[in-house]
Design a binder for this molecule. Structure first.
Ligand SMILES: [Zn+2]
Length: 441
């Protein structure tokens, strides 16, 4: 069989011997102990771990890296909305593009092959987030796939002109209908917001991805929409096509109240995307003792058979002061927060940013480290799959549709006071990859 690339000696499972991975026409065509064919384009993984590339199902590009513009002073959600609102009203296209590219580059270097971006669609920043994301989708098409959710952050009924903007965003090329039903003035409006999202999605046969129930508890019904959305999903035949981000208020429900909701979410095949960096930073702020973790009940959802994924959400802004678009970093944080430390749980965390996230964004048919799937994968600089979440290793190689997009070489040596300066190499190619934006490989 003719192959374009062979990866030799990759660790794809801790229970199996090292494997060779053969790639042709952007797809994985063979995974065998020893592929006999020899070709020019070969990577020797030398026993390093291979995983399918990461999927970030929930990321805000145009609001990223605003942390130095107007630093938050208190770190509350109210302040984050206010500060970001001011900055949003001043968005400039070139600046948005520049910050978005920085985030995309970070993500690519960290092994991410698919991002679902959620640009705001509202009268404050208009369609600049959608417009720039569409431009970047094309600009980055060889490096990653960018899906675009039209996200009505400022509400739908509360803010006039949003309906027209949403229609326009989809007309321009946004792929998914977003929603933010808690940002309405009443429960009736919240319900109507959800109905409008589904109407628009059905009309255009698009998937739904909403920000919902982002609160510490369900005292206010606008933050208790999951059940309504699950019923709506089943009613409209949208099973498998709805993803919900945050969903933190579910964590406040007693098990006997939570259980039927989880059963309904599973029946509706709704994907829950937890956003631990933001949710823990903003959640439980009013708790004076034992502050809540502010996360959706990942353990109960996962245990109840609901597809759970996680994502970075924001990168360095008033909602989320940290982040480098690295799913391993967020996965490590999540593992600590939900106490997922057994080997099985650690493997589950890795799935939440790979296969589960792929399901959440509707690409699972073509995704995974298996023959016939698209060759979107990464080689991590560690030798045991189970160590990926512990070592947070460099992504030695990243491949998108079978082509190398990133090469990372890091080597640290302990120097026991020999007195030499050990200058870093300046020669060309010493820091290969996309470090200098685009290295021609
Ligand atoms: Zn978000």
């Amino acid at each position: 069989m003719k192959m374009d690339m062979i990866i030799r000696r990759a660790r794809i499972s801790d229970e199996q011997p090292l494997m060779d991975i053969g790639i042709a026409n952007g797809r994985i065509v063979a995974i065998e102990e020893a592929i006999e064919t020899q070709i020019d384009q070969e990577i020797d993984a030398e026993g390093r771990v291979a995983l399918p590339g990461f999927v970030e199902p929930h990321l805000h590009l145009e609001k990223a890296l605003l942390h130095r513009r107007m630093p938050a002073r208190f770190g509350t959600l109210d302040e984050a909305i206010r500060v970001t609102g001011i900055l949003k009203s001043k968005q400039q296209k070139e600046d948005v593009l520049d910050r978005s590219r920085q985030v995309l580059d970070m993500a690519i270097k960290n092994g991410t092959v698919v991002i679902r971006a959620h640009p705001d669609v509202d009268p404050i920043q208009g369609l600049i987030g959608v417009e720039t994301a569409i431009q970047l989708k094309d600009e980055y098409r060889d490096l990653l796939d960018l899906q675009i959710v039209a996200f009505p952050q400022e509400g739908w009924l509360k803010t006039s002109g949003v309906r027209e903007l949403m229609e326009q965003a989809l007309e321009m090329g946004a792929d998914v209908v977003g929603g933010c039903p808690y940002n309405e003035l009443s429960w009736d409006d919240t319900r109507s917001h959800i109905d409008k999202v589904f109407d628009l999605a059905q009309k255009r046969d698009l998937d739904v991805d909403m920000h919902v129930d982002f609160a510490d508890d369900t005292a206010d019904q606008r933050f208790a929409t999951t059940e309504y959305i699950a019923r709506k999903t089943i009613q409209t035949g949208y099973q498998g096509r709805v993803a919900l981000g945050h969903v933190t208020s579910l964590a406040s429900l007693k098990p006997d109240i939570l259980k039927p909701i989880i059963d309904l979410l599973r029946e509706a095949d709704i994907h829950i995307v937890t956003l631990p960096a933001t949710d823990t930073y903003l959640g439980g702020r009013r708790d004076e003792i034992n502050p809540r973790r502010g996360l959706t009940p990942v353990r109960a959802l996962h245990g109840g058979g609901v597809n759970v994924a996680y994502s970075s959400n924001n990168i360095r802004n008033a909602f989320t002061p940290f982040g480098k678009a690295d799913p391993l970093q967020i996965g490590n944080l999540l593992a600590h927060l939900i106490q997922f430390g057994t080997p099985e749980h650690q493997a589950d965390i890795l799935k939440m940013s790979t296969s589960n996230a792929a399901r959440a964004v509707g690409i699972s048919e073509d995704y995974g480290l298996a023959v016939g799937k698209q060759a979107d994968l990464m080689i991590l600089d560690t030798n045991i799959v189970a160590d990926a979440l512990l070592d947070l290793p460099s992504r030695s190689w990243v491949l998108k549709r079978g082509r190398i997009t990133v090469v990372t070489k890091h080597e640290s040596k302990i120097c026991r006071g020999c007195g030499h300066a050990h200058p870093q190499s300046k020669e060309a190619g010493a820091r290969p990859g996309i470090q200098d934006r685009y290295h021609q490989i």
